[in-house]
Write a protein of this length. Structure first.
Length: 190
């Protein structure tokens, strides 16, 4: 792939560009044909050149095929997913992954100065994950152990409240956010 992998990799390093788009008034067959020719699982939907949503294979299956609708008569705007979530090209991919996880989506439009410049998918992020793990392993091998001992926090969902936190710490076998750690201390104090 020839990408310079760094711990602070950003969206523009892994996004696909140019983006295949479909007009919101086209029928689903035209959109599916474009997806087939592009070997992709979704297309950005535009209205007057402005991104307004995304049409995915799942949208077609759930909203057209499962309902036995005629895809020649169904317009993309009737079955697309909205809103289109977008990010800036300089956003770290870890933040893009968090957004995807939070909204339970697999694609983000990449917008620069109001213009659609790319798309980043969960597959794009997964494709570089092994390289990021290698970097982390190398870093832990090179850097003194004390530096990592100070950094005892991690990011993820709190085991107690389920909220996302960049500051999880292990307490009695659970990974807890700061608020839940304080609550646990109060419970133990009482």
């Amino acid at each position: 792939m020839g990408i310079d992998i760094t711990p602070k990799m950003i969206v523009k390093e892994i996004m696909s560009s140019p983006v295949l788009t479909v007009d919101h008034n086209q029928n689903v067959v035209d959109a599916a044909d474009l997806m087939d020719r592009g070997d992709i699982g979704g297309v950005i939907v535009v209205e007057d050149g402005r991104p307004i949503g995304v049409l995915t294979e799942r949208d077609i299956v759930i909203r057209v095929v499962a309902k036995a609708l005629n895809p020649l008569k169904v317009r993309v705007k009737q079955v697309m997913s909205t809103p289109l979530r977008t990010v800036e090209p300089d956003l770290p991919i870890t933040d893009a992954a968090r957004i995807m996880s939070h909204f339970k989506i697999r694609r983000l439009g990449v917008v620069y100065k109001g213009e659609l410049v790319g798309i980043v998918t969960d597959r794009d992020i997964l494709s570089v994950t092994p390289d990021l793990f290698e970097i982390l392993q190398e870093r832990t091998r090179i850097e003194p152990e004390e530096e990592f001992m100070e950094e005892e926090t991690s990011a993820g969902h709190c085991d107690r409240c389920g909220a996302w936190s960049d500051n999880l710490k292990e307490v009695d076998g659970e990974f807890l956010c700061e608020e839940c750690r304080l609550e646990k201390e109060e419970e133990e104090f009482l």
